[in-house]
Design a protein around this ligand. Structure first.
Ligand code: DAT
Ligand code: MG
Length: 139
């Protein structure tokens, strides 16, 4: 049986706050298996591909600038229903209302910035996961 894969990013706010280990720990404690990982400085071209669905929205440029503001850690995690499962671990997009117990609910808050800073990214569908893993890790 082939298991599902997702792309997780520890965003620059998470790296700056030294939360990489905390995020990895939560992924592993849940039982998902990390099968690839790299720390990198994402450039504009890569981020415009990654966030293509948000092109034209008011927070798009702030989002790209924020994601270029420092290194990110890209992670491939595997397991049955890992896409849905990691989104659940991450919590709601808005950290103010993200449930306590989630990564965003426990570790992030509103910073008054034009873009929401919320520690992690997780793919939202199998199609997104395949596309995003190729963007960060190649074929
Ligand atoms: P998610 O990361 O939960 O999948 P998304 O794909 O809708 O959320 O948006 C990507 C990121 O952009 C999100 O993590 C934080 C930021 N963002 C989303 N909606 C926003 C908004 N209305 N205002 C400011 N930033 C926003
Ligand atoms: Mg998204």
């Amino acid at each position: 049986m082939s298991t599902e894969k997702t792309l997780i990013l520890v965003k620059p706010d998470g790296v700056r706050r030294q939360l990489v280990g905390e995020v990895i720990s939560r992924i592993e404690k849940k039982g998902y298996v990390i099968t690839a990982m790299r720390m990198m400085q994402a450039d504009r071209a890569l981020l415009e591909r990654h966030y293509a669905e948000h092109q034209g929205k008011p927070f798009f440029e702030p989002l790209v600038e924020f994601m270029m503001s420092g290194p990110v850690v890209a992670i491939v995690a595997e397991g049955n229903r890992v896409i849905e499962g990691f989104r659940s671990l991450a919590g709601a997009t808005d950290p103010t209302v993200a449930a306590p117990g989630t990564i965003r609910g426990d570790l992030a808050r509103d910073q008054g910035t034009k873009v929401v800073q919320n520690i992690v990214h997780g793919s939202d569908s199998p199609e997104s996961a395949a596309r995003e893993i190729e963007i960060f890790f190649g074929k």
